[in-house]
Write a protein that binds this ligand. Structure first.
Ligand SMILES: Cc1cc2nc3c(=O)[nH]c(=O)nc-3n(C[C@H](O)[C@H](O)[C@H](O)COP(=O)(O)O)c2cc1C
Length: 312
């Protein structure tokens, strides 16, 4: 997929707050993700507490096309965010208009903007005026009503270069199934490019998503604990990939930017995702889930992967 002369490729790693750190994104890119996206950044927080956001915008030189995703409901703040020096290094900007988290929706942000198309339009128009870089919007099937076609047309008209469509309603959260018919429908109606998103976890679901006609595919939960999914979907062999090395490199990248105390708390969920499906003892699983010593966890993981002969 090409946008404003930039090759975005075919496979995106989804933005996932509290999950898609620089180390994980780096592994996804190593295995073939063409585009990575930061977790959603609060436009307001960027203006008032930029230090907090600095920790969330660490990128790796391996990330070639890397998108900053911003959320908010005030066009002045979002515009200011994408004009800021802090976000200068990013390839392009994405506006979150799909997040279903109650604390976001109740502020009129994220998915709530699908129910306030006038404000959503204003935000996109102002951002369009503020940057020549690619601009995109990520949204869902609707909030309170299913208005994704009107919403997509509005995004196009207001100046978005592409949209990412997670085909669930805001109310659905992550329940039920992503509606691939809706994705095909949106793709058929828009002139701008469409990135399809929702429930791609293997070759079969990837083929089903591609059959909708989308220009690119975004993968979120399907990459957790297995960033090599991108290689698989590109038809590349993953034989001989060493899971231990993937985890070790992920952690090493975090150690270059964050303090050990934070990493210990943060990495637990990734350790559990990486070991999903392994028959670990309750004791070992508990050690990973509490992660009091990262190097000890890594040693234990090395043995666990060897025991299971767990090379992907
Ligand atoms: C833990 C978690 C955090 C997420 N954070 C964000 C976010 O910051 N911005 C966003 O647009 N979507 C976010 N999402 C939604 C994903 O980007 C994606 O749209 C959704 O998970 C559906 O894709 P999947 O079925 O491939 O996971 C998040 C999802 C999860 C599971």
């Amino acid at each position: 997929m090409e946008i404003r002369g930039i090759d975005y490729g075919k496979l995106f790693l989804a933005p996932m707050a509290g999950v898609c750190d620089v180390g994980f994104r780096e592994q996804a890119v190593k295995f073939g993700a063409d585009v990575t996206v930061t977790e959603m950044l609060s436009a307001r927080a960027m203006a008032h507490n930029p230090k907090k956001t600095m920790n969330m915008i660490v990128t790796s030189p391996l990330e070639k096309v890397v998108v900053a995703q911003v959320f908010g409901h005030e066009e002045e703040y979002i515009k200011r965010a994408i004009e800021s020096d802090m976000l200068k290094k990013f390839t392009s900007f994405d506006i979150n208009m799909g997040c279903p988290a109650p604390k976001i929706v109740k502020n009129g942000e994220g998915g709530a903007l699908m129910g306030d198309i006038k404000t959503a339009r204003k935000i996109i128009e102002e951002c369009r005026k503020a940057t020549d870089k690619p601009l995109s919007v990520k949204f869902r099937k609707g909030y309170k009503t299913e208005n994704y076609l009107d919403f997509g047309r509005m995004c196009e008209d207001a100046g978005a270069d592409y949209v990412t469509f997670h085909a669930r309603t805001v109310e659905q959260g992550y329940s039920g199934q992503a509606d691939y018919e809706a994705i095909a429908n949106l793709k058929a109606k828009l002139k701008i490019k469409v990135v399809g998103n929702g429930d791609v976890v293997d070759e079969k679901s990837y083929a089903q998503m591609l059959a909708t006609g989308v220009d690119a595919v975004m993968i979120g939960r399907g990459a957790l604990g297995q960033p090599w999914i991108f290689a698989k979907l590109k038809g590349k062999s993953i034989e001989g990939v060493d899971k231990y090395e993937v985890v070790a490199q992920h952690i090493q990248a975090l150690r270059e930017h964050y303090d050990e105390g934070w990493i210990k708390l943060y990495i637990r969920k990734h350790l559990l995702w990486y070991t999903k499906g392994l028959s670990l003892s309750a004791k070992l699983r508990n050690t990973l889930a509490t992660c009091e010593d990262i190097d000890m966890c890594l040693e234990l993981l090395k043995d666990a992967f060897i025991d299971e002969n767990c090379f992907v």
